[in-house]
Ligand binder design. Structure first.
Ligand code: FAD
Ligand code: SF4
Length: 511
């Protein structure tokens, strides 16, 4: 055998460089489903089912294209560990080279290198043509900068790719319409919402779900709700559905939250893009076409493109600059445990019960729920970042380490000390009250930091400001927020801090 071409579960694009110069006579594609990939972190059942079903469908595409394929299913014999199985295959088949596109996880990349080295063969890593900036070009952009800011990167990407530009200047005279993108539904609520297209499980997905339920009965999640795209055709239909029905209002409502409404105007495209069923360039092209045809406002088109051309590419670049450092960061020295109800949603705090409840049900929450509800609470509470990272990697259908880790550890938990974002994303219950209706049905009151009805977010918020005052009081971007501490009398602050300590102790007991 000449090349053993590795295709991992999130590398399901036929135009991948993995297949460059593929020779049907001498090369073989290798794909494997292994228990270890669902247990080394505790994967949500829907997440496992989505990856495995999408892999099985992609395997069919490869067989249709007549590519020789070695495919190991979940219940096939062999080691549970993906890399151990590959090691065995290399020993048996003795390829001259291992060929792969860079994996989405540092652990696997190192593992592939180690196997090749152990067997004395070359590991040929090909660039990932799915992304719109290479890791090398990102590193050049980041070089010499002590902090990396998404906004600067995004403008550079807009110019590089000629997106929403007119004579070298941003269309509409502004680079971003962020201020128009922070609408809340208010008392009236969202009104009628366009329900996203469902993708009913076909026979392959149904069989996969049954196998996942049997293999991982104790794992979180409810795959009976499964309706995610598992093929490129599904993913293209999901894209069309978003463009036709939700993109138009995406910009205005992208930060809003509403009880019982998980999807609102969001795209639901992250898992399809992360599995590489869709490319970011084609998604952006489709959005630009709608904008050029006058079908969507600039604030929606720009707001959506910023998430993909900006945030998505940015976090990947950041991840690959120093994955080990990112994964071990704990700049605020947080050492608390994750409350056990992160795995059940059973808490009287309605915002958390709603966000975690829909997460367990669908494997989905939108960005502001992840950042300002579950992430905000963990940061205010002082949970050890590694535990928060493991939770996010476990529970979302779109979770792959290159995108999850920088979002969780860098953006949400400030564990990298501010290399990625200028200040911690923390807010009191007042923010959640403004952006949602969660507080209406909650037994706590978002404005109260003390007393029986004190909102835990608000108590912990003031406590967080006080705990980290030294670090942020004179910080150029955070000072204004920290100065709000001056509004509290010393007695009130002391009482709040005592209440926060009580709260922390009772939550630690439940962890
Ligand atoms: P929309 O809200 O409709 O946004 C459109 C697209 O923009 C998304 O599909 C996604 O591809 C991209 N996008 C938006 N924000 C980001 C971002 N911050 N980083 C990267 N891409 C972005 N996204 C993941 O794909 N996988 C993860 O594991 C993941 N973990 C996260 C953890 C935390 C703590 C936070 C705060 C965010 C995380 N995100 C993650 C980003 C974001 O929450 C999801 O991409 C988004 O909610 C997916 O839903 P959607 O497709 O409906 O997105
Ligand atoms: Fe969440 Fe506090 Fe509002 Fe309750 S009052 S929903 S805990 S923010």
């Amino acid at each position: 055998m000449r090349h053993l071409v590795i295709v991992l579960g999130d590398q399901l694009n036929l135009d991948s460089h993995a297949f460059d110069e593929f020779d049907r006579e001498q090369d073989v594609v290798w794909m494997a489903e292994r228990r270890g990939e669902s247990t080394h972190i505790w994967s949500h059942k829907t997440r496992s089912a989505l990856f495995l079903s999408a892999m099985r469908h992609f395997a069919e595409t490869l067989r249709d294209a007549d590519l020789p394929l070695l495919y190991t299913r979940l219940d096939d014999a062999g080691p549970d560990d993906l890399l151990a199985l590959l090691d065995e295959t290399v020993a048996q088949r003795q390829p001259k080279r291992l060929v792969a596109v860079r994996p989405g996880e540092h652990r696997l990349r190192e593992g592939l290198r180690a196997i090749a080295a152990r067997h004395g063969i070359d590991y040929v890593e090909r660039p990932d043509n799915h992304f719109m900036v290479s890791t090398e070009d990102f590193a050049t952009w980041a070089k010499g900068k002590s902090q990396w800011r998404m906004e600067t990167f995004y403008r550079w990407m807009r110019v590089r790719h000629g997106v929403l530009l007119e004579n070298g200047k941003p269309v509409g005279g502004r680079w971003n319409f962020d201020h128009d993108n922070r609408g809340a539904f208010g008392r009236a609520g969202p009104g009628w919402l366009p329900a996203p297209q469902r993708f009913e499980p076909d026979a392959v997905t149904r069989e996969t779900i049954a196998e996942v339920n049997a293999a991982f009965p104790e794992h979180p999640g409810d795959p009976s709700t499964f309706d995610w795209p598992v093929t490129r055709a599904d993913a293209l239909a999901a894209l069309d559905d978003f463009l036709n029905h939700r993109l138009v209002a995406f910009g205005q409502w992208q930060d809003a939250m509403w009880a019982g409404e998980p999807w609102l105007y969001h795209a639901r495209l992250s898992s399809s893009m992360n599995l590489k069923l869709l490319s970011p360039a084609e998604v952006i092209r489709a959005v630009l076409d709608r904008y050029d045809a006058g079908k969507v406002p600039l604030a929606s088109a720009e707001g959506f493109i910023r998430q993909i051309l900006g945030w998505r590419e940015f976090v990947r670049g950041v991840y690959w600059l120093s994955p080990s450092r990112l994964l071990s960061g704990n700049a605020l020295k947080a050492d608390g445990a994750l409350p056990s109800w992160y795995w059940t949603g059973e808490t009287p705090m309605r915002c958390l019960a709603e966000t975690i409840g829909q997460t367990l049900r669908f494997g989905y929450a939108h960005h502001i729920q992840r950042l300002m509800v579950t992430g905000n609470f963990a940061l205010l509470l002082g949970v050890e970042p590694r535990l928060v990272h493991e939770w996010y990697l476990a529970v979302y259908v779109d979770a792959v380490e290159w995108v999850e880790a920088p979002n969780t550890l860098g953006m949400s938990q400030f564990a990298d000390g501010g290399r990625m974002v200028s200040k911690p994303y923390v807010a009191s219950g007042r923010y959640i009250q403004r952006m949602s209706n969660y507080c209406d049905g909650c037994r706590f009151r978002p404005g109260d930091a003390l007393g029986d009805s004190a909102c835990p977010f608000t108590t912990l918020y003031w406590d967080f400001l006080a705990r980290h005052e030294e670090r942020f009081r004179h910080h150029p971007r955070a000072a204004m927020q920290w100065r709000s501490l001056d509004r509290l009398s010393p007695e009130t602050l002391t009482a709040i801090r005592a209440k926060a300590a009580e709260l922390r102790a009772s939550l630690a007991a439940s962890a």
